[in-house]
Design a protein around this ligand. Structure first.
Ligand code: CTP
Length: 404
């Protein structure tokens, strides 16, 4: 799978840098061409001579050579690469990647990268568990960077815990798996609704819910990565999908319906992942509601349109419509009823009872139901990994495989 692939191997300053030599060797053995970009601190742990001897290419570290003025173009490396792998990725490098602090060649190369990026963190257990490291990694994940989670074990500090860079074989396998998946949805178009909707009461207040949009965005990223053309109709969310996903930002359920309606006809796949507010205030006050002039406030709410059900009425043969159902209890019967009522082809069930699943979590635990196949349940996983399972299901459904 790595035959002929151009891999940029970014090395930062961790004791695990010694494993980068094995990593480079393994990548080359599998047929890849490897260009190493190393940080100044990385060179303290492993010498450029070792690395250039293994890769048959000069190691890049400085922006230009002081001796003859030769200039290293991070832009050219970004265009050349099929993937960038930062291994080991220290807490400092992860932080700089997350915040665009382009003070070395590895970070400028990362910022110029047009291809998928992988990071294999390596650090002490407390640094690894620190909220700033965790937040930086999640930020990178939201932008589509793939994190090869560190393992638990003995660390250079003689402590034991999570922070060991994954073994080179595991890292190479992650890249191979990625390239093996390929662009199996090339030529397909997908429409996704995601996030909450905000239904205004007056200029400053709204009715809304706790949805972050993370699951729908993870689906958009996964479909895009696998070659689909993706349109994401996104309610108010602080998160953004990877570059290349078309985003239409909306506030209300009615705006979400109109934006989705405009794109659904050309879509092969429609996924309704939004947590749409079922009701909206009957009127939106023009001025801020004032406590003194109001007394008791009684709100009249009217039903919002059901976006999934409305669009499914005009579903044409060959289109696949997938909804979500968040239910209390096991929820199987409710989800099955929802699937039929809305005219969908499949529904992804989350149970409020499952710890770590649904709103506000980085993880999710799902089951997929269709009208005519047994329910398929999956273990608790990151929302990115769950998106992979859902997209696998979609791909096999549209290519006519059976789900026995
Ligand atoms: N949905 C939608 N438009 C709505 C409500 C829901 O498109 N106005 C979609 C959601 O995006 C999801 C599915 O319908 O894919 C189920 O959403 P859910 O809130 O579980 O269903 P409801 O029909 O609102 O039922 P409930 O009474 O359980 O809230």
């Amino acid at each position: 799978m790595l035959q002929g692939k151009h891999i940029v191997l970014g090395i930062s300053g961790s004791i695990a840098a010694y494993k980068a030599a094995v990593l480079a060797r393994l990548l080359i053995k599998r047929g890849a061409e490897v260009q190493i970009v190393i940080t100044p601190a990385g060179k303290e742990f492993i010498t450029p001579i070792t690395l250039s001897a293994l890769t048959s290419k000069p190691v890049i570290s400085e922006f230009f050579s002081g001796r003859d003025g030769t200039w290293n173009s991070h832009v050219d490396i970004g265009l050349w690469a099929d993937a960038m792998l930062v291994a080991p990725a220290t807490a400092a490098t992860i932080g700089k990647m997350a915040h665009g602090i382009a003070d070395n060649m590895l970070i400028t190369t990362y910022l110029s990268m047009k291809s998928p990026v992988f990071v294999a963190p390596a650090m002490d257990l407390d640094m690894c568990a620190h909220p700033s490291t965790e937040d930086n990694l999640r930020l990178l994940e939201q932008r589509g960077v793939r994190v090869i989670e560190p393992s638990e074990g003995f660390l250079a500090s003689h402590l034991e815990g999570k922070g060991r860079m994954q073994e080179p074989e595991v890292i190479v396998q992650a890249l191979e798996d990625f390239f093996a998946l390929g662009k199996d949805l090339a030529g397909r178009r997908a429409l996704i609704t995601a996030g909450p909707t905000y239904e205004p009461l007056d200029p400053v207040r709204f009715l809304g819910n706790h949805s972050t949009g993370r699951m729908g965005i993870a689906l958009a990223n996964e479909l895009h990565r696998r070659g689909a053309e993706v349109c994401l109709v996104l309610g108010p969310s602080a998160l953004r999908p990877a570059p290349g996903v078309e985003v239409i930002s909306v506030q209300t359920a009615q705006q979400m319906l109109e934006a989705s309606r405009a794109h659904v006809a050309s879509a092969d796949i429609a996924i309704f992942a939004a947590a749409v507010a079922d009701y909206r205030p009957a009127e939106r006050r023009e001025h801020k509601i004032k406590r003194e002039s109001e007394g008791e406030l009684v709100l009249q709410l009217v039903k919002n349109p059901d976006i999934a059900a409305t669009l499914a009425q005009d579903k044409r043969p060959g289109q696949l419509f997938v909804g979500f159902a968040l239910e209390s209890g096991s929820g199987e019967a409710e989800a099955q009823a929802k699937l039929k009522r809305k005219g969908l082809d499949a529904i992804v069930l989350n149970s409020l009872e499952d710890e770590g699943a649904g709103f506000g979590h980085l993880t999710n635990k799902i089951s997929i139901l269709t009208p005519d196949t047994p329910m398929r349940s999956y273990p608790l996983k990151s929302k990115e990994a769950v998106a992979g399972d859902i997209v696998d299901f979609i791909r096999s459904t549209i290519s006519g495989e059976t789900h026995a």
